[in-house]
Design a protein around this ligand. Sequence first.
Ligand code: PLP
Length: 391
Amino acid sequence: MSLADKISRQVQSIPRSGIRDFFELVLGRDDVISLGVGEPDFSAPWHIREAAIFSLERGETSYTSNLGLEKLRRAISGYVAGHFGVEYSADREVLVTVGVSEALDLACRAILNPGDEFIYHEPCYVSYDPSVTLAYGVPVPVPARPEDGFAVRAAEIEKRITPKTRAVMLNFPTNPTGAVMGRAELEEIAELCVAKDLIVISDEIYSELVYDEGYRHVSIAALPGMRDRTILLHGFSKAFAMTGFRLGYSCAPPEITEAMMKIHQYSMLCAPITSQVAALEALEHGAPSVEAMRRDYRRRRDLIVREFNAMGLPCHLPGGAFYAFPDIRGTGLDSKAFATGLLESQNVAAVPGDAFGPGGEGFLRCCYATDVELIKEALGGFRRFLAEVGG
Ligand code: PLP
């Protein structure tokens, strides 16, 4: 038996991330302008970095409780109550994790039995489908269509519910489309989940980054009947520009938190103490920095979306996150050919939409959490490439 055959079937069955594959092409090229990686171009605010430095200076280098530092859990509970309007007990319902990535894995492993079906809207963040598969669940995609602004419809979810359906995944604002959903649309999904007794995992990682006047982010956890059937996932990577700190958390009823904690204590033990101290500082004093970054992203969003539309690549106005998702179907190229051609001809990198599922084919994900001058240069590259391919 070859070594490749000794790899578990579950792992063999999941693909490598299409983002990684594309970025292997980018590596090794000089001077690429990248709209590719989904992370802020800002460093974490200085006071947050300083809190981490001071913590190290004090010699705080130990494990923490499995659940996370008590002070941090209390701060998370207060923040979530203010930001989402949902109350969670810091002692029994908050778990500090290594990013939303770990929280997602724990949530899937905590609730899925082999063969349980898990519905998610697609195109979506690359981890959902593999996380379900690795937990021996069956991923069931639901299309989130461009004509609906990439929102997901309750009726589409309902069509895919079977006796084996265990859970529904929601992520608004969405990576890669920037889609948001209003209260009324979410209420329909909430009613369905209550009627069918389903759990919802709600990935709220972009929830601070919403841009439109009068739009207020609503978490499905805050809707009637949902608090006790939702696993709310959130973290510090995006709004606080803390990707490298690798810190996130889940808020869920005690039974689910306890189940997730059991896995976490054996697989991770606890999140790093330095990052937890930095996260506490972020929650206590980070709001002005988050607001300043949000305003900046909004200006960049307006610029990039206006320019894509002007050059003939239709682009819906993303209500949140920091991704534009222009439609390149009019060029006659598929998204891989477009992204590869753009990279080779103009040294501009954007991720082919099909990396986020088949529903992303015909689109490109362009992260605008990038310096505005670089965005302008990248847009120049798009224009020249379109002229080359006659689009
Ligand atoms: N969820 C979504 C929708 C994301 O876009 C990302 C990162 O790109 C993550 C989760 C991972 O977040 P973390 O850095 O907290 O692991």
